[in-house]
Design a protein around this ligand. Structure first.
Ligand code: GDP
Ligand code: MG
Length: 360
């Protein structure tokens, strides 16, 4: 919608220019000439008012794209060691070691390796978080680590994780965990996975398999190498300059600091002091903290940060966009709230209709 004129927006939405200009006035914008380009915020707002789900697609045209770290989610059957593996990986981070550990619970952490490469892990293992984020359009995860216990083998939630990853078109790297156990049988796990349709590398496919033990902390380097290799094949790049496009990974209310959101920037750079709209909330970024609680001036792609200064509590999966002024932030937040409320009421009324149909 960037730079669209009222007349173009009318064509796109199927509404008359008069209607759109009325909306502009209603939301407190002056009725621009129909050939004047609208700012992306105003265009989104107008589109929402006529019931269109405006999705911002930032143009990367001309922007320099630089390699960025992969964002990884850990999935697998209950008790196969997802939490243990994340804990073990967290401890391999150079920065975390230097800082004496990661002090804050962010919902995400970075493993930075001595080679200079880094990997961002979402610290909320499980299918629910992954699905919730995806359902809200937040395509944050680049790679799924599928954890399978070497003794238990493939179980129901292993298969679920596989189908989630497949549906989201996210590649899998398999971590066969608990390889320290006497009953461990990694070869059996591989055969099971292959028979479920996973194209393992050692059988001519492209899915890497790594044998690890989260408890004994073995194979972690290999897992990290495998993830970096996978990321390299995906050629993950992001625009660094320009307005940030980010997602909320986790949000919580702090008694002293108010609503806090853990965010991962997808593109651009999030800068302290900027006005943002997050889902239907808004705020002005008062502080940005990295995973060890250190204040940062800005956040770059794939870097998990905690942001402070929001007026309300956002939800995991909410998008974060940067707007130019407090006025715009309030306007867009109010517009989104109206839209969400409308959608909610519509869903309720549709629900009632469905109930009535059922009773017939
Ligand atoms: P989650 O449910 O997938 O998060 O699994 P947890 O990380 O909570 O682990 C479940 C149990 O398996 C715990 O008792 C862990 O100590 C144990 N466990 C996890 N990883 C390993 C491992 O590599 N080796 C052994 N022997 N036990 C493990
Ligand atoms: Mg767990």
């Amino acid at each position: 919608f960037e730079g669209m004129t009222v007349s173009e927006l009318a064509k796109r939405t199927g509404e008359s220019t008069v209607t759109l200009q009325d909306i502009l006035v209603n939301v407190g914008e002056k009725a621009e000439s129909e050939f004047e380009p609208l700012s992306i915020d105003v265009a989104e707002l107008v589109a929402m008012e006529v019931g269109i789900n405006a999705r911002r697609i930032h143009s990367n045209e001309g922007a320099e794209l630089l390699p960025r770290p992969p964002v990884v989610t850990v999935m697998g059957h209950v008790d196969h060691g997802k939490t243990s593996l994340l804990d073990a990986l967290r401890q391999t981070s150079v920065a975390a070691k230097e800082a004496g550990g990661i002090t804050q619970h962010l919902g995400a952490f970075v493993v930075d390796m001595s080679s200079g490469a880094s990997i961002t892990f979402l610290d909320t293992p499980g299918h629910a978080a992954f699905s919730a984020m995806r359902a809200r359009g937040a395509a944050v995860t680049d790679i799924v680590v599928l954890v399978v216990a070497a003794d238990d083998g493939v179980m129901r939630q292993t298969l679920e994780a596989m189908s989630h990853a497949k549906a989201a078109n996210v590649p899998i790297v398999v971590a066969i965990n608990k390889c320290d156990k006497p009953a461990a049988n990694p070869d059996r796990v591989k055969i099971q996975l292959a028979s479920e349709g996973l194209q393992l590398e050692e059988m001519g496919g492209d899915v890497q398999v790594v044998e690890v033990s989260a408890v004994q902390k073995t194979g972690l380097d290999n897992l990290e190498e495998a993830l970096l290799l996978q990321a390299e094949m995906m050629n993950l790049k992001a625009r660094i300059d320009g307005p940030a496009q980010a997602y909320v990974v986790e949000a919580r209310l702090d008694k002293g600091r108010g609503p806090l959101a853990t965010a991962i920037v997808k593109a651009g750079t999030l800068v302290c002091g900027q006005y943002v709209v997050i889902g239907s909330e808004w705020g002005r970024i008062r502080a940005i903290r990295d995973m060890i609680g250190k204040l940062a001036v800005q956040a770059r792609p794939a870097m998990p940060v905690e942001i402070e200064g929001l007026k309300g509590l956002p939800m995991a999966g909410d998008d974060i966009i940067v707007v130019e002024s407090e006025e715009r932030a309030k306007m867009l937040s109010a517009g989104r709230k109206r839209k969400f409320e409308k959608d909610r009421l519509r869903k309720i009324s549709e629900g009632i209709e469905t109930l009535e149909t059922c009773e017939d």
